[in-house]
Write a protein that binds this ligand. Structure first.
Ligand code: DX5
Ligand code: ZN
Length: 218
């Protein structure tokens, strides 16, 4: 069976108390850090100085999701912050193969993200360059949106391609993951699950992580 990872999204946490909020998800596999620049998406969150500081105090690895323009320019600096993985949007990159190689060369796992309407087929030859493929299950930009079931066939095709080529690439889903939708995403082939409101929106994030894990592990 695939290893199931639950990565709570810091987007739904209290941005004024990040250190405390990180301690509340110490049982998670990683913390998903949403970086937005109000250009690639119509929302603004945090940038490099805050990510560098989180890296120093977090009890779990950092899974950085860059929703920013000019990502070829900026992503390497996040890798230099020694985070566990850096994921860039293919729609924002002029040279995704070069960028993925640059991230790995700096000692970080390379992730590539696709918006819901971006097809996966043109990028299947790139799988050996990646450690993770992020298939967005909402339009990036905001937490609390509803899971897009129309993305499920793309997850299935990506999983088949990963199995077919024998590469070790995690398939991450992000957006609208709940105790209900996680089962569908897992059955389609996802194994890394980002959850914002379904973890930080609960009285006990630790309990939420545990029940998501029970449903996401097939
Ligand atoms: C959306 C972000 C997500 C967001 C998910 O653009 O990439 O990581 O935090 O939030 P939920 O789980 O509430 O849909
Ligand atoms: Zn995200």
């Amino acid at each position: 069976p695939l290893k199931c990872c639950i990565n709570p999204s810091i987007l739904s946490a209290d941005f004024v108390n990040l250190e405390t909020e990180l301690a509340r998800i110490a049982d998670a596999d990683a913390v998903h850090v949403d970086v937005m620049d109000n250009r690639f998406v119509p929302n603004l969150t945090i940038g490099l100085p805050v990510v560098e500081r989180m890296q120093k105090v977090s009890p779990v690895p950092l899974d950085v999701h860059l929703m920013i323009a000019d990502v070829d320019l900026w992503a390497p600096s996040y890798a230099d912050a020694r985070v566990d993985s850096v994921t860039f949007h293919v729609e924002a990159s002029d040279a995704p193969i070069k960028l993925a190689r640059e991230l790995r060369a700096r000692g970080t796992k390379a992730g590539m993200a696709l918006r819901p309407a971006t097809p996966v087929e043109p990028y299947l030859d790139m799988l050996p360059e990646l450690d993770m493929l992020l298939i967005m299950t909402v339009e990036p930009g905001f937490g609390g949106q509803s899971f897009l079931d129309i993305v499920l066939p793309k997850i299935r095709r990506a999983r088949a391609a990963v199995e077919g080529s024998g590469v070790d690439v995690a398939i991450q889903v992000d957006g609208g993951i709940t105790e209900e939708t996680i089962t569908r995403a897992a059955e389609a082939g996802a194994n890394v699950f980002v959850a914002g409101s379904a973890v930080y929106g609960r009285p006990s994030p630790a309990d939420a992580i545990e029940s998501l894990r029970a449903k996401g592990q097939l």
